[in-house]
Design a protein around this ligand. Structure first.
Ligand code: FAD
Ligand code: NAG
Ligand code: NAG
Ligand code: NAG
Ligand code: NAG
Ligand code: NAG
Ligand code: NAG
Length: 507
């Protein structure tokens, strides 16, 4: 103790205490000033304090209960880019904390809401349109993937988005995994043009070939660090309408006695399957029952575009593992059918949620996939009284998907080794707490961190930022990490976003 008191660092901290307190008062004063200034220029329906008509429903609308536990000083509800420009000018000059919310599905606490700061909610910017002359789709930030499929179904097109209908466009900024991705790339690889409001309020339009091409590339994986996107123009995929049943597939459910076999099948699929018409999502679920016992099962979602059955040479192993026949559903499907087969799984809103991730290369030993499942099973068994559900999900990233990213000028996360392209598997762990439980117990959090630390991971492959834990240093795993850091310095030289908004570490 004596030694600690004489340490110069400690004295520095003590000397600065009154200053810190002062600076936080000053922060609060600045937020009120910024909100008042904004309300004077944009009015009371665009800038709302906690008495405003849309304030409460916005706060409680976040998917993760943890992200409803915030009280922004005011919320900005832009109707057009210029409102975001005005808001960012104030946020920047008054130097205050802020957050941005689109579809509200971030599992990372504080990444889409803020205390004593300003929230920009895109709630009222949700236009979707198809431009046949450019063959592109224009999405405003509040669009959710299900809405985009519904709105464009009659025109036979869809964006590459997500797999669950209720998730929003924040998905694009982290990369974006869709069942269309093996054929058409990560969702972000389909950008054509982005309108971006930079930290100081400047509006720029970024494309693959204009003076903002570096920003354009950084926004394919750079998450919320590089600016506020107010308009996405993306490639239109000709997916067909509801009656065009060009796909075949659905889901197979397996009992926990098949877990090792399913994990091995995922490993071999990731390594061997290169046909871009095939897409899968395999997940293991632990569901708590009221008597604190667990139900365990695995689900394989298997899809193939172009045949009236699942090709044996691709899906044979999944088809032969002992399954629960009465839960198996395989049939002819259109793209809209697939888009709506994974509706928001219950439980959704009202539950505390956490994400964590790892990644395994396709050329790893099958036993590493089995190990991930076993370690997750140990975790869920150890804490079975403390959660509602937990899911461990595997998404193979085939070579075709990686190639598309490269052909279109590259994204931020792809490996920078050009010679041999190795497929890999993005692995995601979700924990859903019981309804209304406001935080995870320290013991369970420790167990979760132990899982993150112990789970096998292949080096040289990118973690998937949208599905990791807030503390995992994902950017560091990106092949274009150096490029990302340089581009960040260029577009945010005062490191405003690092200081004033929560998001991924590492820049
Ligand atoms: C049930 C569920 C299913 C999922 N399924 C998939 C899936 O199939 N494929 C997949 O790839 N991912 C999936 N995800 C992960 C998903 O990609 C992320 O949760 C994503 O960040 C959600 O985006 P959002 O707009 O809904 O959320 P938000 O919380 O609103 O946004 C996410 C992050 O992006 C930032 N952001 C949002 N919009 C902007 C903008 N316009 N400008 C700047 N920053 C912005 C936010 O500040 C926040 O940090 C799923 C998540 C959930 C909860
Ligand atoms: C949506 O965008 C299209 C194309 O820009 C435009 O014609 C339409 O008026 C917009 N709709 C709304 C409700 O703003
Ligand atoms: C599905 O396959 C058909 C040809 O078999 C192709 O024309 C179509 O573009 C594919 N759909 C998608 C969404 O890639
Ligand atoms: C499957 O789950 C049951 C019920 O939770 C459990 O008793 C059994 O040990 C599990 N079997 C395996 C192989 O994990
Ligand atoms: C899990 O959450 C769902 C949806 O909120 C609820 O119906 C179910 O009863 C919960 N299960 C437990 C064991 O709490
Ligand atoms: C199983 O989980 C518990 C709780 O987190 C942990 O203490 C233990 O080390 C884990 N066992 C293995 C083999 O990982
Ligand atoms: C390539 O990526 C590795 C990390 O995967 C990194 O160490 C190296 O600096 C990168 N090289 C270039 C030229 O970006």
């Amino acid at each position: 103790m004596k030694a600690a008191y004489s340490s110069p660092e400690l004295w520095l901290i003590i000397l600065h205490l009154p200053l810190l307190a002062l600076s936080s008062d000053c922060d609060n004063r600045n937020v009120f000033l910024a909100c008042n200034t904004l309300q004077a220029s944009l009015g009371r329906s665009i800038i709302q304090d906690n008495h405003g008509p849309d304030y409460q429903s916005t706060i409680t609308g976040a998917w993760n209960l943890f992200n409803t536990q915030f009280q922004p000083t005011c919320i900005v509800f832009p109707r057009q880019s210029s409102h975001v420009q005005v808001a960012m000018q104030s946020i920047y000059t008054f130097d205050v904390n802020y957050a941005v919310q689109a579809g509200g599905h971030s599992a990372m606490k504080g990444w889409n809401n803020v205390n004593d700061g300003i929230l920009i909610s895109f709630k009222f910017m949700n236009n979707i349109s198809y431009n046949p002359s450019k063959d592109t789709i224009i999405l405003e930030p509040a669009v959710r993937w299900g809405e985009s499929v519904t709105a464009l179904e009659s025109q036979g097109v869809s964006p590459v988005g997500g797999r669950v209908d209720d998730v929003g466009t924040g998905l694009l900024l982290g990369g974006g995994l869709s069942f269309l991705s093996p054929t058409h790339g990560y969702a972000a690889d389909n950008y054509v043009e982005l309108d971006v409001v930079l930290v100081d309020g400047t509006l720029v339009t970024a494309t693959a070939s204009n003076e903002y091409s570096d920003l354009f590339r950084a926004l394919k994986g750079g998450a919320n660090r590089f600016g506020v996107v107010t308009r996405y123009e993306v490639r239109a995929i000709h997916t067909g309408s509801l009656i065009d049943k060009t796909w075949f597939g659905g889901s197979i459910a397996y009992p926990n006695t098949s877990f090792d076999a399913v994990a091995q099948a995922v490993s071999r699929y990731t390594r061997d399957v290169s046909d871009p018409n095939a897409a899968i999502l395999v997940y293991f679920a632990a569901i708590a029952l009221p008597d604190a016992s667990l139900t365990n099962l695995a689900i394989a979602n298997l899809y193939y575009n172009g045949t009236s059955q699942l090709p044996e040479n691709i899906f044979g192993e999944f088809l032969s593992i002992p399954s629960i026949p009465e839960s198996t559903m395989l049939t002819s499907l259109s793209w809209p059918d697939i888009a709506f087969s994974l509706t928001e799984p219950l439980p959704s809103d009202g539950h505390g949620q956490t994400f964590a991730c790892t990644v395994l290369a396709g050329d790893e030993d099958d036993s590493l996939y089995v190990d991930v499942v076993r370690e997750w099973t140990n975790f869920t068994t150890s804490f079975r009284q403390e959660f509602n559900t937990s899911v461990l999900a595997f998404t193979p990233i085939p070579v075709s998907q990686i190639m598309i990213g490269r052909e279109r000028g590259g994204n931020a996360f792809d490996s920078n080794h050009s010679s041999v392209i190795v497929p890999y598997n993005q692995i995601h762990v979700q924990v859903t707490l019981p309804l209304g439980v406001p935080q995870m117990s320290p013991e369970m959090e420790e167990g979760r961190q132990l899982f993150i630390k112990q789970a096998p991971r292949s080096l040289g492959f990118p973690l998937y930022i949208n599905e990791c834990d807030a503390e995992q240093n994902v950017f560091e795993t990106y092949g274009q990490y150096e490029f990302l850091k340089q581009t960040y310095m260029k577009y945010d030289p005062t490191r405003f976003n690092i200081r004033r908004t929560a998001g991924p570490p590492g820049l």
